[in-house]
Each structure stands twice: as C-alpha cells, then as structure tokens.
Ligand binder design. Structure first.
Ligand code: ATP
Length: 363
C-alpha cells in the first residue's frame, strides 16, 4: 500500500492528468456549482462556482479561505446535507467513482457515517446531550452494521481507547461530563470507527484551546495514516493547513483561486490572494518580515462578474472582469489568475517581489 509521502512524490512527478489516471480518487468534485434558491426553486445567487478538486486515499487535503468563501457549503453538498434553500445546480460529486447525485436519499443516508464521516467545529452538536456517549456510539455502529450489542460495544470501547480517552469512563458519561477536548476526541472516535473512506473535518479545532486543538489534530493525522482514509480538512487558518496537509485548495468568493501540492503553494504561490494570505500570517521566526500584509478592501467583498477577488486585488488588470480559467503551473499546481496569461507575471513580480522573505519563500 502506498504511503502519503509516496503520493506526494507522485504528485510532483506526474502531470495532473497522469495523477488522475494512475490512482483513483476517493472524492472528486467537478465543476461543482451551488446556488441559493427561492421557494419556487428559482436560483437567487450562486454561492459556489465551478469548483473542482480530488482527494486521494490516505491523504489530508486542506480547503482554506476566509469566512463566507464557500467551504462549508461545499462540504455540506458532499455530505448530501444542503439545506432546502440551497441546491447543486451544476457539476458532479463522485465518491469512490459513484456520482452521488445518482443515489436515492436512503442510499446517501447509508453512506453518511459509513463511507463519509463529518467532524464538526461545534463538537457539542456531535452528540445528543441526554444520552450517554457509549450508547450513542453503539447505536451508530448498529445503524450501519448488523452486529450484536456486545460486538458494537467492543468497537465503541476500542475507538474511545484509540483516541486516547479513558474508554470505560467516557463510555458511561453524558456529553456534558466531558471537556471540549475530550468531546472532540470522542467525535473523532465516532467518525473513524466505521472506517470511512473520507472524513470531512470542518474547522475541528476552532472551538478548542491551542493545546487541545493540537492534540486533536495530531490524533486525526495519526489515525488517518493508520486507517488510510482521506481527509478534507477545512480551515480558515492557513498555518494549520500548511502544517497538516499534502495538498490544498484556496477558495475566495465561492471559487477556487489556487490548488496543488501544499509545498508548491507555500514556496511558489501564484494567485495574489494566496500570496497575501501567506504574507498576512504572523510568524515567530528569525525571518519575520518587518510588517505583515493586510489584504486590502472589505473582507468578503466579491465581484459579481469575473474574478471574485478583483475588487481587492492590487494587481487587477482589464481582463479580470472575466472569470480566469484554472491554469496549470508546472505539474499539479493550478491557479486562476489572468496574470498567468497576459504577461502580468512581470507586473506582479515587480510589485510583490520586495515583500518576499530573504529566501524568497513565503513561509
Ligand atoms: N442556507 C443558506 N442560505 C443562503 N446562503 C447561505 C446559506 N448558507 C451559507 N450561505 C452563504 O454561502 C456563502 C458561503 O458560506 P459558507 O458557510 O460555505 O462559508 P465558509 O467559507 O464555510 O465560511 P466560515 O469559515 O465562516 O464557515 C456565504 O455567503 C453564506 O452567507
């Protein structure tokens, strides 16, 4: 079985198409478009537009972007849990080669928990408050597999143990008797115990303090390697995504700005938004820049036409009123910016070159 590191190596050495041909992705989004609709089903506004990326077995992929960029709506569509006011209007979501739109609601419900698991930001919402954790885990196992009670209990206890909780005590506890960190670890156990192909971890550490957040992410990373599942790690914290993922995608205004191997994006970001996100991170290193970059304009300001970042982009040029295509830079690294086509590369180099760190690497 290939390790994550081997996948990364593969990513560097093959073209985008070669990758998709040689290893089947667990999750593949193509041209995914999601809109809000009114009571009559008429489209009111497109919230996620033409998003496409794939996640491969055993890898953690990051989806990063500021609040409102469309990360959670994208995740809800993958889970088949969009509210009635939102609808997938175009594109495809495939899980292990199956187009999810071709499944009935009952089949999709069966997939949830079994093949796709979700780790919520709000860990309190992962459990019903008035039922003991053990009972809830046992019910979850038995809703997906016809196993005797004792076997389901053994699975629940094993997973509570694997997430480094005092298994017997937690099994007999109500959610309110656990700390936030313990509860999030119990929700990791709930997500992992059915051995899903994909875990969507939506800001899993946001509601935790730094230490508990780190422990939860360390656990997720370790168990992900052990079980070889794929993880879509959603975060507005670029630092977490850079640290934890092998590939990442950057969203703004419902569109992908850039995607590719995390190292490649860190060392050679192509989209102005990604570059500014990298520069806006405070760092405790010897190479700390004199001044952090502030991304100009109103957070969340998006244009209705063209590149959604155009309103805030200091390198805006005339073609930005049209949506730029995702363009391959080298191998599996893609970015959607007109400057990649129009010779604007030089403009940008001149404009931002002085702001890079001494090594020229955006860390
Ligand atoms: N049920 C809904 N009806 C209408 N619009 C919605 C609904 N849910 C989300 N939106 C809108 O969709 C856009 C994307 O929201 P989403 O929650 O996916 O952003 P996000 O990137 O996950 O942000 P955050 O990091 O704050 O969770 C936002 O403009 C939001 O207001």
């Amino acid at each position: 079985m290939s390790t994550t590191a081997e996948y990364v190596e593969k990513a560097e050495s093959v073209t985008v198409n070669d990758w998709t041909r040689s290893i089947a992705p667990v999750l593949q989004l193509s041209n995914l478009t999601i809109a809000s609709v009114n009571r009559k089903g008429k489209i009111v506004k497109e919230l996620v537009k033409e998003v496409g990326f794939s996640i491969y077995p055993g890898e953690m992929m990051g989806l990063v972007g500021e609040s409102g960029s469309g990360k959670s709506v994208t995740a809800a569509a993958v889970m088949g849990m969009l509210p009635k006011t939102l609808r997938v209007t175009d594109g495809e979501i495939s899980l292990n080669g199956t187009n999810l739109a071709s499944l009935s609601e009952k089949e999709r419900r069966r997939l949830r928990g079994k093949k796709i698991a979700y780790v919520f930001q709000n860990y309190q919402g992962s459990f019903t408050p008035f039922l003991k954790i053990g009972k809830q885990l046992v019910e979850a196992v038995r809703s997906h597999e016809s196993v005797p009670l004792q076997e389901a209990k053994a699975i629940a206890l094993e997973w509570l143990h694997r997430v480094q909780l005092p298994a017997d005590r937690v099994y007999e506890s109500y959610p309110f008797q656990l700390s936030g960190g313990q509860l999030q670890r119990a929700s990791l156990a709930a997500a992992l115990m059915m051995k899903p192909s994909l875990i969507i971890a939506d800001e899993p550490t946001t509601a935790l303090d730094v230490l508990n957040g780190k422990q939860v992410m360390d656990l997720l990373a370790r168990l992900q390697k052990e079980t070889h599942c794929a993880v879509l790690f959603i975060s507005h914290d670029l630092g977490h995504v850079l640290k934890r993922t092998v590939r990442m995608a950057v969203m703004y205004g419902g569109r992908l700005m850039e995607s590719g191997p995390t190292e490649s994006i860190r060392s050679n970001p192509q989209h102005p938004y990604t570059q500014m996100l990298l520069q806006a991170r405070p760092l405790v290193t010897a190479r700390i820049p004199g001044k952090l970059t502030v991304i100009p304009g109103e957070p969340g300001a998006i244009t209705d036409q063209g590149c959604p970042f155009a309103l805030r982009c200091p390198f805006r040029i005339e073609p930005c009123t049209h949506v730029p295509a995702m363009t391959a830079i080298g191998k599996t690294h893609l970015a959607a910016c007109h400057m990649l086509h129009t010779g604007g590369e030089e403009i940008r180099e001149a404009a931002v070159g002085g702001q890079t760190t001494q090594s020229g690497i955006w860390r």
